[in-house]
Design a protein around this ligand. Structure first.
Ligand code: ADP
Length: 206
């Protein structure tokens, strides 16, 4: 099995991405990989602005948010200290919780999907994931999960919006099925079962 993979997890809020990042990371480490896990928005200054907008501390138009994500993603890739490209060069397998399909799905609800894909084309040209893993989940169940652990909800976290985002994910996967490696898994199951299916898929990558 290739030891220097780049894997992106995708799904709506509360779909179980961070849970599955942990499972996959543990399995890869067992298989001898050095693993670096990361997420978007990042912890960089650009990522902090995005998080502040999500938490309603700052105001930001959807188009501004889409632009900030383009910049945050480029820094995520190109940062000389801890960028994804640097980590891959150092021999790590990198797992990210969200990458450009999140932009296609979340911003595609508010603006043209073509624009969002084009605006992220620099990132796509720099690095396409060895696998985009999409955890498919009904928004109602995600919102139930999220409301258990939180006092307040973030910008995108309504059933109506998450339904639209789920639809855009599906549209984007269809649009890009010939250029992207995509694995879709049913997230409404025990975490261990989902993790086993993901592992079966990842361990085939050569
Ligand atoms: P995300 O990173 O996609 O927002 P999380 O992994 O943080 O999602 O999961 C959201 C919540 O749902 C957490 O409380 C987590 O423990 C729980 N959870 C995750 N996966 C499952 C699952 N397969 N079944 C039931 N609950 C889950």
């Amino acid at each position: 099995m290739k030891k220097n993979l780049f894997i992106a997890f995708e799904g709506i809020d509360g779909s179980g991405k961070s849970t599955q990042v942990e499972h996959l990371s543990a399995k890869l480490k067992n298989a001898g990989h050095q693993v670096y896990t990361t997420c978007e928005p990042t912890n960089s200054p650009i990522g902090s602005i995005i998080r502040d907008i999500f938490n309603h501390k700052l105001e930001g138009d959807h188009r501004t948010i889409a632009g900030l994500f383009v910049a945050d993603r480029l820094d995520h890739l190109l940062n000389k200290t801890n960028g994804i490209l640097k980590k891959l060069e150092e021999g790590f397998t990198v797992i990210t919780d969200r990458y450009y399909f999140s932009s296609y799905a979340y911003h595609g609800v508010h603006m043209s999907l073509d624009w969002v894909i084009e605006a992220n084309s620099l990132s796509a040209d720099l690095l396409r994931p060895d696998m985009n893993i999409y955890i498919d989940m009904p928004p109602e169940i995600c919102m139930n999960r999220l409301s258990k652990g939180r006092n307040s909800l973030e910008l995108y976290e309504t059933i109506e919006n998450l339904n639209q985002v789920r639809g855009k994910y599906s549209e984007a996967f269809n649009r890009l099925k010939n250029t992207e490696k995509i694995f879709i898994t049913d997230g409404n199951r025990l975490p261990e079962l989902i993790a086993n299916d993901i592992w079966a898929e990842i361990s085939h990558i050569r």
